[in-house]
Design a binder for this molecule. Sequence first.
Ligand code: 2HG
Ligand code: ZN
Length: 473
Amino acid sequence: MATSTRQEILQQLKELAGPGGYLDERIDIEPYENDFRRLYKGSTPLVLRPDSTERVSRIMKFCFETGTPVVPVGGNTGYCGGATPDESGEQVVLSLARLNKIRGLDPLNYTLTADAGCTLAQVQEAAEKVQRLFPLSMGSEGSCQIGGNLSTNAGGTAVLRYGNTRDLVLGIEAVLPDGSVIENLKGLRKDNTGYDWKNLFIGAEGTLGVVTAAVLKLYPMPRSYGTALVALRDLDASVELLSLLREQSGDSVTTFELIPRLALELTTRHIDGVTDPLGKVYDWYVLLELSCATEESQTQALLELLLGEGFEREIVLDAALASSGAQREAMWRMRESIPEAQSHEGPSIKHDVSVQVRKMPAFVSEATSLVKTLVPGCRVVSYGHLGDGNVHFNLSPAEGDRDPVFLEQAGRVNHAVHELIDQYGGSISAEHGIGRLKREELAVYKSASEIGLMRKIKAALDPSGIMNPGKVI
Ligand code: 2HG
Ligand code: ZN
């Protein structure tokens, strides 16, 4: 932003955002200067909150002409600082929160068209009203926004069955850095007409343009769920059980989440109302869910049969089946509150890694030994989306340890774990993206040719580098 005209630029931007379309008081701006995990504290003079794609377009055009850097933000629930301005005070924040209408809903076409600022829960609820399922699901669904879900290609707990956000999008509307609007909201399942440009914006974390709307895929609403917390013989048993369930349930496994004993203990310790549904203590559990088109009783019977088979094969040691909606919710609450429960035990050193599903047990064992030698006494809470080959390999300090030295080791530990995941042919960011947090790591672990192509795409779409500078690449 040219300093001589800074005040004029900001004034003009406020006018383009329209009445009620911006925040410029310190107290209102402050939440946008911090990321959800409070890893970064940035600074911005202005938060724009336009209420239409047209206003976003005019704002971007003006920012393009004046070289003003823009940081788009949705619900600000990301894990990698991707929506936080830097410390320069030069970047304006563009919130999509006021673009919050469901534009269209077609139960026969199984599609829903949403503005970027709709919350994920709002989209789920709109679909549910017409007996359809929008399957993207995660702990932050009450506040994360669909535009942010697209921009980060969010994952969540139903990826195994329905895929990542990318797999749930049929078309988007986006505003390019120069203010032009590009749109394909036809809602077609087949449209094989050249480059699939929408996928450039999905997962780009706002570095190529601003997603303003999307046509999303809906699914039939399952008639019944079979949910269970299952204690496993050991970590290897998790992969065997997953395969057994997939094979014999007509592939109706929707969720398969790994939960170590410590995670279960922390949730019972810190989260009101969470209890351990099993009478005995085990090392490893999975929370699994089948979702089916059959009657409740049939689904329950199928799950019992399959777990019985697991028992016979000695991969399952024990299981609690949810026999009511309330019990199902309680199991989900336990799973969804693991990150919160872990935060009560001091800061965590996090990793969001993926490998081929079959290699996950070996990776978790080796990584656990590795970090225990690097940070003696640390507690490993390695949990999450095992069905997708993705775990959150997170470290807490030793019980009661509040020494800030723990977190100072994050860089060293991250690097060692990332080296290991690389040896396993895995990824250093399975679902949380890159943002600012993993920018340097990305440059290490992605091949030169991939980085080269990413740079060319960035330069072609955002030649003056005003879109979310300093993120991803
Ligand atoms: C989850 O799966 C989230 O619960 C959060 O992706 C993971 O806190 C984390 O590391
Ligand atoms: Zn996750």
